[in-house]
Design a protein around this ligand. Structure first.
Ligand code: DGT
Ligand code: CA
Ligand code: CA
Ligand code: ZN
Length: 589
């Protein structure tokens, strides 16, 4: 365990002892011990553990020294494990509610028999808390809100939601005169499909006003830490945000460290060590020699020639690794050999498929959607309204589909928009794998997205067979949202993804990367290998209104995370190339 982790354990022990109503001196000894450990350098702790001289530190007694040694060497502490199990789990849970500390929990337990969050909520809603000594209307309100928010705060957030909250905050930080550089880091920068919390990083020589500004941001609901090197807040949306403030010469090292991922960082540190260098959030310094890593880094930082991540990677013999690829999945090996892909960018995308209009469950008309695509500079727009079995989505039957096709052809011929419109459908894959439209009807369209929208609860074998049968239909052009997942809401249905990928490649069917922020399906984790084997991707916004076309950005982020290049993506091709590809496909089989 490192010192921060050890300090956290000591604090936890103090809290648990307080919860048990132990002797205040004993409690204070752990609280003080935690602060003392934080104040020591990592190297000093190592030395003192080795020499057995921890108890010589003022304020650290023999008992504490022995526990710290045990934590340092074993990474666990029997005393803590016993302590934890001696307290009802429900009481410990109550510590998660803001405004109720160990003392209050004991009072609630003694006077009202409260030993779980559920009972606390019940008592608060019944107005029983306000009547207790040491509580009141205000603390009762706070408890009720705390419980209500717990679920909201506890969960992760869609990338797009996190992005929308983070962008204005980042812009605000950059405008402060004390801020030399500011970036976001963590999973948001790595473009994970969901984000736990926001991580901001600022380079400044004057951290106090920056931290003060951050905790007073309009959206801040609660300040959980407010120092000169770090501040943490909860925002109104329930998202938590960390701000770290570092001197300018440390910025690039901290940016790399807090961008993560953990796995990537571990591998990078390992590589640095192989070159005799110690890499940390503080800097890149010789692994051997006098002083702590932090001291050495601070000393050398002032004269470091490393200002950018490009330079940092170069120093370790690597090409620049885009943040999206930093998952510890072979990116370092590729960067070493000059083998990183030229990742797709938003500007590579020439058109979009799989979009809905008011004909089915969309909110904008065909012309509105086309106008919006034109504004985005897209050369083509593929319409794909639902088919007749999707009754709730007002799926089109054969007659209405034929009418829509005629309308689209007239629109293209009119020359009203620069964007060309492809005729298509999002055709239901029926439970047995047949498609919702006959071959004759499908043959009248430029393309067909085939998707599962019903009967999700099939066995893996049945679902896999069902989708493969659909893929084998010569009129299927693309497979829509492969697993049907809704991020943070609904797991995808069980299906053998490898077999689906095999079938798609064999039948020259495109698999979509559904760009809607709550789908991002097929998942980036499957794409890299599949694309290497020749699977073609289409980044499909699945837009249900004009704003939905903007989901393209989320989709491109996921595609980058998936190591995809423009060559892997159908919609990075020009209009004539795509027309040609559709024609060849139709003729080819
Ligand atoms: P999240 O917030 O759960 O979506 O994921 P991240 O990746 O943003 O994780 P977070 O916010 O806990 O930390 C940001 C980055 O800081 C993380 O990706 C890597 C780095 N980091 C944080 N704690 C550790 C640690 O204990 N060890 C290492 N090697 N890196 C860490
Ligand atoms: Ca984070
Ligand atoms: Ca964080
Ligand atoms: Zn769909």
């Amino acid at each position: 365990m490192n010192k921060t982790e050890i300090a956290a354990v000591l604090t936890e022990i103090g809290t648990l002892l307080e919860l048990k109503g132990e002797n205040p001196f004993k409690i204070r000894a752990y609280q003080t011990g935690s602060r003392l450990i934080e104040a020591l350098s990592e190297d000093e702790i190592v030395e003192r553990v080795k020499a057995g001289t921890l108890d010589e530190v003022k304020g650290v007694g023999e008992a504490l020294a022995q526990k710290i040694t045990e934590l340092y060497t074993n990474g666990r502490l029997e005393f803590l494990e016993k302590l934890r199990s001696s307290i009802p789990a429900g009481l410990v849970d109550l510590l998660q509610i803001p405004g109720v500390g160990p003392k209050k929990i004991r009072a609630l337990n003694e006077k009202l028999g409260i030993d779980s969050i559920a009972k606390l909520q019940e008592a608060a809603l019944a107005g029983k808390i306000a009547a207790l000594d040491g509580f009141g209307e205000k603390s009762q309100e706070k408890i009720i809100e705390g419980i209500r928010n717990r679920e909201k705060y506890g969960r992760r957030h869609l990338w797009i939601d996190a992005w929308e909250v983070a962008e204005p905050l980042l812009a605000g930080l950059r405008q402060l005169p004390q801020v030399q550089r500011a970036e976001h880091a963590g999973s948001l920068r790595r473009r994970m499909e969901t984000v736990g919390d926001l991580d901001f990083l600022v380079a400044t020589n004057d951290p106090k006003p920056v931290a003060d500004w951050f905790v007073q941001w309009a959206d801040v609901k609660e300040v959980t830490a407010h120092g000169e090197t770090k501040a943490s807040v909860r925002l109104a949306s329930g998202i938590q945000a960390d701000l770290r403030l570092v001197p300018p010469e440390q910025f690039v090292f901290a940016l790399h460290h807090f961008t993560g991922s953990k796995d990537h960082n571990v591998q990078m540190r390992h590589r640095a060590l192989g070159q005799g260098l110690s890499m940390s959030e503080w800097g890149l310094v010789p692994a051997e020699g006098e002083g702590t890593a932090k001291q050495k880094a601070e000393e050398r930082g002032r004269k470091t020639d490393i200002q950018t991540e490009e330079q940092l990677f170069k120093k370790l013999g690597l090409d620049f690794i885009p943040p999206e690829l930093r998952e510890g999945l072979g990116e370092i090996e590729a960067a070493e050999k000059g083998g990183l892909p030229r990742l797709v960018e938003e500007s590579d995308i020439r058109g979009v498929f799989h979009n809905h209009t008011t004909a089915s469950d969309g909110h904008n008309t065909l012309e509105e959607m086309t106008a919006a695509a034109e504004v985005l500079g897209l050369a083509y727009l593929g319409i794909a309204d639902h088919s007749k079995s999707s009754v709730q989505a007002r799926g089109l039957d054969e007659t209405r589909l034929a009418e829509q096709v005629a309308t689209i052809k007239r629109l293209n011929a009119s020359g009203k928009f620069k964007t060309f419109v492809f005729t298509g459908t999002e055709c239901d894959i029926l439970p047995d794998g047949r498609l919702d439209f006959s071959d004759e009807v499908l043959a009248t369209l430029d393309y067909a997205v085939v998707s599962v929208h019903s009967v999700f609860k099939q066995s893996v074998e049945d679902m896999t067979r069902r989708i493969i049968r659909a893929i084998e239909n010569p009129h299927a052009t693309m497979l829509g949202h492969l697993t049907g997942r809704l991020l943070l809401q609904r797991e995808g249905y069980a299906v053998e993804i490898e077999k689906i990928i095999d079938a798609a490649i064999a039948n020259r069917v495109v698999i979509e990367l559904n760009a809607s922020p709550w789908r991002l399906d097929m998942d980036w984790r499957h794409w890299r290998k599949a694309a290497e084997r020749g699977l073609l991707c289409s980044i499909n916004p699945d837009a249900h209104d004009t704003a939905g076309l903007g989901h393209l950005r989320t989709g491109v982020g996921a595609a980058r995370k998936a190591w995809l290049t423009p060559e892997n993506i159908l919609t990075a091709r020009s209009l004539p190339e795509v027309k040609q590809w559709f024609l060849e496909r139709k003729a080819g089989r």
